[in-house]
Design a protein around this ligand. Structure first.
Ligand SMILES: CC(=O)N[C@@H](CC(=O)O)C(=O)NC[C@H](CC1(C(=O)N[C@@H](Cc2ccc(O)cc2)C(=O)O)CCCC1)C(=O)O
Ligand SMILES: [Zn+2]
Length: 598
């Protein structure tokens, strides 16, 4: 009898859970639509009025989250006996996040995050000649194209002071409130909450450290080769062949990707270029043409085209009449049709790649749009970041660029291949330590290991140890706040997802290449128009976060683990070439003169 009672009680609980989660998804769709729209309106029209409207919607969605979360905790204290789907949904609904905060704290939290994002998005640098430069597109272009040591140094120093310093105190206040919310959910701090999304029983940091240990040798070889080339360009006053590289010479404000100084490092000149920018500009490409080109690639794999709402509501270029958050982003409005990208598009190869990245998010949103709301996310956040980049690996091949008329001819020779692989490494390998260090820094801040007095010191130590990068000018730990000058810190967007993405995107690419029947070196694979490759990806995308990511990984690659083998195979010809080159140059990879300054 007792068994029967337990059985029927379980059946009742299960059917209650099905009803509860169904109601949640219906109500959440509307609340999430309203808060997404308010955030969209603020980011595409920065103003006091839109900030207040966004915060008002945020208060409403917090009340909604709190109401359902407390109901879930009251009605389903133990979810272990429920079916997997209801168990996972209810466990997620129970986490309130900032909805744990009282009204005063939540208003302060919203003002702090909104204000930090506004500071970042409106900061400018006044150059010695009086030019007032914004980040996007002005300083981005200067850091990419200037080869004047002192002009670069001035712009670098000016940006870090204009964007980082003003939010140092606000960031400390933000951390306190963020941790208060995470502790109320039962986490030690916000860092532990963010790591929980990877469902790795506290092993995420150990896992990414192990992946980095496998890739660090390749990074130090690339670092040594690029340092040698910068030495030839800027001379021994500014480059020490046994020391870290000054941070402002890598073609990017954060030295996170080095593709913009490819011209300084090109191994074999006179080969067909790897950059489609000239062809795009001479063929009169505009933002719309770039977006249509990207959509056509997704459709060629049998994936979805963009919706009418996408084309009607997307912000393609920077408006001239108002301040906007130019940092590119993709948006899900949770109503199965309204998906948007916000981007201040510039006609060049870098932005064509970025468009594929953002469209990768949109494709994922569309593929899981029929999942319940709690499952409308990536299998883990790194998967969401990897979709667009995986397709971009195929688009970037000289063979594909030639196929779509953006490269006049393809040379099938080893030297052209090394040029291509080095160009790819300048974005993909260079990025790895940066992708690791942002959240290494943030996790140490949330945990309390790094108090405000050590914010700058911890950042500089990670920059030096992981990236082999040193600031071009002295830093002052009591006023400087360099982390605040990188979008994701004031915008409070987690970052380890990009490190994970830069590893798994090669696993996805390899698997899709195999499905497409590709023969030959991995880096030459273009799975354009392969429905088999598209089907493999789609099987993973439509799951959303309904299953642990290990299950999704197994769906697409046949193994459940993150692995650097695909990345290492992709770059293997370059790895050998770099080792040989560094030997010839008499350069020792690594940086031992830790205290050297330019
Ligand atoms: C509403 C909302 O926030 N939506 C999320 C998406 C979601 O969560 O659903 C979103 O759009 N986030 C914005 C962010 C933008 C970019 C970025 O910040 N990139 C990193 C690192 C990097 C660099 C090169 C690269 O090839 C891949 C990654 C950086 O620039 O440092 C800028 C250009 C590329 C991607 C993004 O798209 O990830
Ligand atoms: Zn992304």
């Amino acid at each position: 009898v007792e068994h029967q009672i337990n059985k029927s009680a379980r059946a009742d609980l299960q059917s209650e859970a099905v009803a509860f989660t169904a109601n949640y998804s219906t109500d959440a769709a509307e609340v999430y639509y309203n808060s997404s729209l308010a955030a969209w309106n603020y980011q595409t029209g920065i103003s006091e009025e839109n900030l207040n409207a966004m915060n008002a919607e945020n208060v409403k969605s917090a009340a909604f989250t709190k109401m359902y979360g407390e109901q879930a905790k009251a009605e389903f204290p133990d979810t272990s006996k429920l079916e997997e789907s209801e168990r996972r949904q209810i466990d997620s609904i129970k986490i309130l996040g900032t909805a744990n905060l009282n009204e005063a704290d939540l208003n302060q939290y919203n003002d702090l995050t909104g204000g930090m994002e506004a500071t970042y998005s409106t900061a400018t640098v006044t150059m010695p000649d009086g030019r007032v430069l914004n980040l996007d597109p002005d300083l981005t272009a200067l850091m990419a194209t200037s080869r004047d040591y002192n002009e670069l140094k001035y712009a670098w120093k000016g940006w870090y002071e204009a964007a980082g310093r003003p939010i140092r105190d606000d960031y400390e206040s933000f951390v306190t409130l963020s941790n208060k919310a995470s502790v109320a959910d039962g986490f030690a701090d916000t860092g532990e909450y963010w790591r929980s999304w990877y469902e790795m029983n506290g092993q995420l940091e150990a896992t990414v450290d192990a992946l980095w240990a496998e890739l660090q040798p390749l990074y130090t070889e690339l670092h040594a080769y690029v340092r040698r080339k910068l030495y030839e360009k800027y001379g021994s006053n500014y480059i020490n062949l046994k020391a870290p590289i000054p941070a402002h010479l890598l073609g990017n404000m954060w030295a996170q990707q080095w593709g913009n100084i490819y011209d300084l490092v090109e191994p074999y000149s006179g080969k067909t270029g790897v950059d489609a920018t000239p062809a795009m500009q001479s063929q009169g490409y505009d933002a719309m043409k770039m977006f249509k080109t990207s959509e056509e690639f997704f459709v060629s794999l049998g994936l979805d085209k963009m919706t009418d709402e996408f084309w009607a509501n997307t912000m393609f270029v920077k408006p001239t009449d108002r301040d906007v958050v130019c940092h590119a982003s993709a948006w899900d409005f949770y109503n199965k049709v309204d998906f948007r990208i916000k981007m201040c598009t510039v006609v060049n190869m870098e932005d064509l790649i970025t468009i594929h990245h953002e469209m990768g998010h949109i494709q994922y949103y569309q593929q899981y749009k029929d999942q319940p709301i709690p499952f409308r996310g990536g299998a883990n956040p790194g998967f969401h970041e990897a979709v667009g980049d995986t397709l971009a690996l195929s688009v970037s091949t000289p063979k594909h660029l030639n196929k779509i008329g953006l490269l006049d001819e393809v040379e099938e020779d080893d030297e052209a291949d090394i040029n291509y692989l080095l160009s790819q490494a300048m974005d993909k390998i260079a990025f790895l330590p940066f992708g690791l260090m942002i959240d290494k820094w943030r996790w140490s801040v949330f945990s309390g290991d790094t108090p405000k007095a050590k914010y700058q010191e911890k950042w500089d130590q990670l920059r030096k140890d992981l990236q082999g990068i040193t600031p071009p000018v002295e830093r002052d730990g009591t006023t400087d706040f360099d982390p605040g000058a990188k979008y994701h810190v004031p915008a409070n967007t987690p970052y380890i997802r990009y490190f994970v993405s830069f590893v798994v995107q090669f696993q996805f690419y390899q698997s899709m290449c195999n499905a497409s029947g590709h023969q030959g070196p991995l880096y030459k694979c273009d799975f354009y128009q392969s429905k088999e490759a598209g089907a493999k990806l789609q099987k993973m995308l439509e799951l959303g976060s309904s299953k642990p990511w290990q299950f999704a990984m197994n769906e697409i690659t046949g193994s459940a683990d993150m692995s650097t083998l695909a990345l290492q195979e992709y770059f293997s010809p370059l790895t050998a070439w770099l080792k040989q080159k560094n030997l010839e140059n008499g350069d020792t990879p690594g940086w031992t003169d830790m205290d050297w300054r330019p």
